[in-house]
Design a binder for this molecule. Structure first.
Ligand code: HEC
Length: 205
């Protein structure tokens, strides 16, 4: 090797190696850059400002503009009392007669357009007070099932539910009063068992 090369080469090699090395990591406090602190401060102030200027408890400009009172269910008052007949129906009757009042064909008779529901109020109240265990025809179809007695309900509750079933599903009949139910409870109190057939129901006792 000639002398010149020996002298030059190391210098070139070192500078290339130094160039591709990264600095050694060092320890120490590195404060957030002031621009980040400034931005955080600005965002915080905007947030506080926004909360202060935003009106609360009023109609919001977002959503569909409904207020709580609009979402509360309307209570339909039945008859002269404040019992919601529809609620009684949903709770006590809909399991069998169905929410649409159509019952289940062959098993539970319909209340919609039923001649019993639309007919004589006293007989209808009797059906509720004593139940049916036997046979009844409704809209031309014969049913042979069990309708429980609802004498545990108060006069007003029975009146409310009857008023309801007489006024929904295209039924459009007069309301039933608690007084009428009370009268029927009195006049049929000697009956110990459910009605067995249409004749018994129609006898009114
Ligand atoms: C366990 C099921 C059941 C429940 C609950 C029930 N019913 Fe009935 N209901 C019947 C059956 C079954 C008949 C028909 C009786 C038969 O087949 O002999 C009937 C008959 C009737 C009838 C006379 C027939 C007609 O379709 O018009 C009326 C009115 C009536 N139910 C109203 C109600 C009301 C109001 C309630 C709630 C307070 C109620 N029922 C709860 C099963 C039920």
């Amino acid at each position: 090797m000639d002398k010149k090369m020996l002298k030059e080469k190391p210098a070139t090699i070192y500078s290339e190696q130094i160039k591709r090395e990264k600095n050694d990591p060092g320890e120490g406090m590195r404060p957030l850059p002031w621009i980040v602190i400034l931005m955080l401060g600005a965002m915080f102030m905007w947030g506080a400002f926004y909360i202060v200027i935003t009106p609360s408890g009023e109609l919001t400009n977002f959503g569909d503009q409904r207020t709580l009172s609009l979402l509360e269910p309307k209570v339909e008052l039945s008859g002269t009392n404040s019992i919601d007949g529809k609620q009684v129906f949903i709770g006590k009757c809909a399991a069998c007669h169905q929410a649409n009042g159509l019952g289940l064909p062959g098993v539970f008779p319909p209340l919609a357009q039923s001649e019993w529901v639309k007919g004589d109020q006293a007989i209808l109240a009797n059906i509720l007070l004593h139940g049916i265990q036997g046979q009844i025809e409704v809209r031309g179809i014969s049913y042979k099932g069990v309708m429980p007695a609802w004498n545990a309900l108060s006069d007003d509750e029975i009146a409310a539910v009857l008023t309801y079933i007489r006024s929904d599903w295209t039924n459009n009949e007069q309301a039933v009063t608690g007084d009428l139910v009370k009268k029927q409870r009195e006049s049929t109190k000697s009956r110990q068992e459910p009605y067995k057939n249409v004749d018994e129901i129609k006898s009114g006792s």
